[in-house]
Design a protein around this ligand. Sequence first.
Ligand code: HPA
Ligand code: ZN
Length: 346
Amino acid sequence: MTTLPTIAPERLPELLRAMPKAELHIHIEGSLEPELIFKLAARNGVQLAYPSVEALRQAYAFSDLQSFLDIYYAGASVLLQEQDFYDMAWAYFERAAADHVVHAELFFDPQTHTDRGVAMATVMAGLHRACLDARTQLGISSALILCFLRHLSEEAAFDTLAAALPFKDQFIGVGLDSSELGHPPEKFSRVFARCRSLGLHVVAHAGEEGPPAYIWTALDDLKVERIDHGVQSIQDPALMARLARERVPLTVCPLSNVKLCVYSDLGQHALKHLLDAGLAVTINSDDPAYFGGYMNENFVQTFAALPLDAHDAYRLARNSLEASFVDAATQAGWIARLDDCFASFR
Ligand code: HPA
Ligand code: ZN
C-alpha cells in the first residue's frame, strides 16, 4: 500500500484487532491454559503440585526466564497422549483465528516430552493433526518448528533430530529455546549445519536476556533466518545496522518481555526504536497462557504504551507476513487482504 488512509487514533485498537497477521513466535506448550492443564492432569492421572487452577495461575509471577521455565516445564508434564497435543494446539488455533491470525509457525519442544517417555510419533501426530484441522475448519495456515533445548547438550539435539527425521514432512525448521544465559548459539553450530543441509529452516532465540554477542553468533555460526526476541540488539549499533541492512526479522514478544522482567513496563520497550531503525520487527505472543495475552492483546497493549500509529501497525503486520516461511504468492495474497483491511478503515 503506497499511501495509508488517515485513521483516527481512537479506531487504532479496532484496526489492530482486525488486521490479518502472522504469528511467528509461539511455543505451543506455552499456550496451555491452567484450565486445560487441570483437565489433562485429571484425564491422565497426573498429580500437580498446585491444588487448583487459581493457585496455579497465582504462581505465574516470574523474576526472569528461568523462573518461568521451571513452571512451564511442570505444566507440560500433563501432556501424554496424542489427543493431549491435539487439544492444546486446537485451543491455540481457535484463539489465533479470533485474533485474525492467518498463519502461525508453532514452536514445539520435543525433548520436554521424549525425556518423559512420550514417543516423538505421539507428539508429531497430535500437533500435525491439529494443523490440518486448523486449515480446513478455521482457515488458518500453519507450520511446525522443532526447538532444541539449549540447556541440554548438542549430542541430545542430534539425537532429537534423528528421532524427528521420520516425520520430516511434518515440520519446516528448527529453533533454539530454553535457558539462554551460559548456552550461546555456537554450542549448537554442528547440529544447525546438519539441519540446514537437510533443507530445514533455521531460527534461534537470541538476545532475550543474553548479550548482543549471542545475536552475532546466531547469525554467523548458526546462519539463522530470523532472530527470536533479539531486543538486546538495541545495545549494539553495529548489530542493529546489520539487522536492518539484511532485513533479518526479529520476532519480538512485548508482554513476555515485561513478565520476564526484561523491561519494567511496556513503556520502556525498545520496539519502536528497533522499528524506526529499519529492523524487520514483528509482534508475537511467545507463551500466551503464562504472559497475559495472545496476539491482539500484545498489539493493543504495546500500542497503548508506546508512540505507535497506524503506519507502524501496517509495518508490523506486513513484516509478519513477509517474515513467514511461506511462498511469495501466498504472502502477496495476505498482503492484499491487509491492504483491503486498512482501506476499509478510511
Ligand atoms: N525463551 C526461551 N525459551 C522459551 C521461552 C522463552 O521465552 N518460552 C518457552 N521456551
Ligand atoms: Zn520464545
